[in-house]
Design a protein around this ligand. Structure first.
Ligand code: C2E
Ligand code: MG
Ligand code: MG
Ligand code: MG
Length: 289
């Protein structure tokens, strides 16, 4: 359940549970028309440049509050939307809403980027690059501030086609991050041939105390050898920050810094994270190494 978290805002008390034990068909019924009824919002979670402690960008994360179920985790509703062909509309909405927010932030938060998740079917869609282009144009947003997060499985289905699309996105000037890195099966050869800018190491590696530091180190080195920025997801405490900094991670994201929050509260959290100034890390430009 969501619980009241002060200032009249609703916070997602936990990331799991709601909708989890509901049959897919029922979830699907509730999902139909949910977008038109305005049941979705985007939350934003900061990515921190570990060396400077500054906010470099925000990841946009979809939130669904069903009038019947309460808050439902994207981990539960996105797979249903994907199989029921409802992800097209949802993904387009998230992209446009993230770009709109980024455009709005351009004046007040210069240098801060926004990352948005792209589902496998959304990425595979023929019109995807055109949708990104028109979202940027419609909101007067700077392409180099936008990062698209794709997963290994989204690009591995058809590596040649994916590569072509990634090159088109690069031409547009947007950045691409490979999300949940380490959980898929991309070969080194494939990784090397893909024009991406950022590797996001999945939080299972960051949070599993059994994972050898050497393993994370290897992923960081791999990313750096390909000229990529490396992000650690799921940082929950200060010792993890120190460890990852030591291992050479460039950026970090996690509850230790801030949870995903509505846009205005995310900006407030940013002010708390970088109290010295409103300045931020240089944007994603120049990340190509
Ligand atoms: P992701 O893209 O890997 O996003 C990171 C997830 O980790 C988010 O879960 C975030 O809330 C969570 N997280 C961040 N820091 C921590 C931490 O310190 N500890 C823990 N335990 N978790 C942390 P969330 O928001 O539930 O999203 C889950 C997944 O749903 C995302 O994983 C992404 O794959 C998908 N998703 C969310 N929004 C969208 C969207 O707009 N479009 C698409 N296609 N997928 C989305
Ligand atoms: Mg992501
Ligand atoms: Mg991820
Ligand atoms: Mg993940």
């Amino acid at each position: 359940r969501a619980k009241q978290a002060g200032k009249g805002t609703w916070r997602f008390a936990s990331e799991q549970l709601n909708g989890l034990h509901m049959p897919q068909a029922q979830l699907e019924v509730l999902l139909r028309g949910a977008l038109e009824r305005g049941e979705f919002t985007l939350y934003f979670q900061p990515l921190i440049a570990l060396r400077t402690g500054r906010v470099s960008s925000f990841e946009a994360l979809m939130r669904w509050t069903s009038p019947v179920l309460g808050p439902v985790s994207p981990a539960n509703f996105i797979p249903v939307a994907e199989t029921r062909e409802m992800m097209g509309g949802l993904g387009r909405w998230a992209l446009r809403e993230a770009v709109r927010q980024m455009g709005a932030w351009q004046a007040t938060l210069p240098g801060v980027g926004v990352a948005v998740n792209v589902s496998a079917t959304q990425f595979a869609h023929d019109g995807f690059v055109a949708e990104v282009r028109s979202a940027l144009a419609d909101y007067g947003a700077k392409p180099e501030r936008l990062t698209l997060e794709v997963t290994e499985s989204s690009v591995l289905g058809n590596v040649r086609q994916a590569r072509h699309k990634l090159l088109e996105l690069r031409d547009l000037g947007v950045r691409v991050a490979l999300d949940d890195f380490g959980t898929g099966y991309s070969s080194l050869g494939q990784l090397r041939s893909l024009p991406v800018d950022v590797l996001k190491i999945d939080r299972v590696f960051i949070q599993d105390s059994g994972t050898d530091a050497a393993f994370i180190q290897a992923m960081v080195s791999l990313g750096h050898s390909l000229g990529l920025r490396v992000v650690a997801e799921g940082i929950e405490d200060a010792p993890a920050v120190a460890r990852l900094l030591d291992l050479g991670c460039d950026l970090g994201q996690g509850f230790h810094f801030a949870r995903p929050l509505p846009a205005a509260q995310a900006v407030a959290a940013m002010a708390r994270l970088c109290p010295a100034s409103g300045e931020t890390e240089a944007p994603l430009s120049g990340w190509n190494g």
